[in-house]
Every structure is written in structure tokens, then in C-alpha cells.
Design a protein around this ligand. Sequence first.
Ligand SMILES: [Fe+2]
Length: 204
Amino acid sequence: MIFHQIPVGPMQNFAYLIGDEKTGIAAVVDAAWEPETILDLAGKDKLKITLIINTHNHPDHTSGNDDLCRRTGAKIVAHEASEAQKDVSVKNGDTLKIGSLEAKFIHTPGHSPDSMCVLVDNKLMTGDTLFVGECGRTDLDGGSSEQLYHSFFEKLVKLPDELEVYPGHDYGMRPSSTIGYEKTHNYVLKPRTLKEFLRFMKEP
Ligand SMILES: [Fe+2]
């Protein structure tokens, strides 16, 4: 598997390029800010981008959709709750092929109603749901701390510790982590009741 974590734009975003070496088919997760940079990398690796996957519909993750779509013919994939223009709607547990690879979608609302994490092989792209050492805010339109609690404690913490975490922004001490490390070190994943979590999320 070819995997690039690509720093893009002025808000410390990460875009991801995931390629299947066997077939030359690739997907981009969160095509934003710099479609040219993403296309250059795909060109160097001789990859054909067929899917553009949005972890959620915020412009700093989707601003490159149209341009990249026009230049590659790729299909846009987003959660069914997303209001983004999309070709493929997915829901929790759905999978899509990237050549011989498989992307699995885990619906993790909280930061936004359509937030989802994307699992390919042992790499989990967490968008703005989980950052290294932090989490995305829940005070924007459609955000919900209660939903985030369920996403964290009923879905993410139950994933294998060894899964690698690749966030939507470079806000942590390092650009990537693992589920096991975040479970131990990320203060947002500390075991809490829902009531405690809601109080914690309101703290400045
Ligand atoms: Fe966001």
C-alpha cells in the first residue's frame, strides 16, 4: 500500500493519498487546499485517483473536491448525512474498494453529524473527530458532545490498540499516533460517564 500524509493549506490540515500498488488505483481522503500537490504525488507514484473521500463536510477538508474531481473523474464519497455534493453515500460499516484495498467507514458524529473515520488496512483517518492528544470541537453547527461521547466510547476505543491514527489536522505533538497510545495519553479519551464528559467538554 502506498500512503502519503500530505500537509496542506494554512490551517494545518492533512490530506491523505492511499494507493494500491497492484492496480495503481488510489483514493484521496480530504482533498483540500492544494489539489496540485495531491495530483503531483499521485503522478509520481503512477496512481489513478478514483475516489475522493470526505471525512466530513467542512470546507477546509472539501475545498479541493471539485477541482480534483474534474481533473481525475473520481467519485466523491461522503456519509449519507453530509450535505456535500457526492456521488456515493455511505453509512456506518460500509466498505468500498480502492483497487485490491478496502476502505471501511465508521460513522463518528459529534464534531459534525456526518463525521466519519476511514479505515484502510491498519490506518485510521479520523478527520476532525480525534486529533493526536485532542479532539475536534463540538460547538459548531450540528456539533454534539453527546454524540461525540458515543462515537468515542462505543466505537473508537473498541478498535484494536495497534491501529494507526491519522488525524485531519496537525494539532498534536506528532503527526500520527495509535489507538492504544491515544487511549492512554489523550485526555479526551479518559474513561468518563456521559455526564462527566459533557461537563469536561464545556470547560475552556
Ligand atoms: Fe471540521
